[in-house]
Ligand binder design. Sequence first.
Ligand code: AMP
Length: 305
Amino acid sequence: MSLLVVGSVAYDGIETPFGSIDRILGGSATYISITSSYFTESINLVGVVGKDFRDEEIEFLKSRNIDLTGLQIDKSGDTFFWKGKYHFDLNNRDTLDTQLNVFEHFDPIIPEDYKNARYVALGNIEPGLQSKVLEQIDNPDFVVMDTMNFWIEGALESLKKTLKRVNMLVINDSEARELADEPNLMKAAEIVLGMGPEALIIKKGEHGALLFTQDGIFSAPAYPVVDIFDPTGAGDSFLGGLLGWLAYTDDRSAENMRRAVIFGSVMASFCVEKFGPDRFKTLTEKEVFERYRAFISLSQIPELG
Ligand code: AMP
């Protein structure tokens, strides 16, 4: 099934306890597209980059079969730049710099050929723009959105309007608490589901993720990665793996939703093994499915004898 991905395409500067890099490909739409490309063949990316965006990034995205008709190249400025620094425990990061550049005036125009997308990923952008994307799409089957504290604090009303139009929200635990204004995560989930989406995923970093639907709660572990190097993009890779699997199978049953959450965790676990999206330059489909199987044995709880 065709998958439309809208979000940021960026250059990132990253500092982790293991090393740093001044400039590497990043952005929410980048990670979502790359990771979903392991599952579904028709991925259409909508975003904007500036005059400094290198051909080698375009080649890499094309090598993953990502259609770039919707990637605007705005020669009037540079690509969105974000710089982050991770702390010793890697779960916390500080944003050191955000230069919106051409992203400041990003107007997501959906090409005619993309308007019949069945699955849609709304990466982390201003919630009004996320709604604007949905207004241009015919009648999608399943829309997943991401957001962040910045919009919860600065554009709450707009965010609530967008939430009414999506099927699933994927956020981390602190964002869920903030959005619901409720410290208890279970109660927060109930409040957020009351805002519109029929499904909610709460990511808990290296402690896994929770899926909330009307069928109940599913708790997925995180893969115990030995070679964790750079967490940038893990959240978006989770979303890409999850939605890529759903788009490929076109099956939104409770059981398949659980598989999708695990494929999200699989892609996030690979993402953190190298700087930026570098791990995906060598990752094979075989490794993806092997890790899914490793998840099965990792979390198998024996029946009571
Ligand atoms: P994640 O680690 O999955 O939460 O996402 C990391 C990516 O988000 C990086 O590659 C950044 O380029 C991108 N990013 C950071 N801040 C923003 C922002 N304000 N809007 C859109 N994308 C952002």
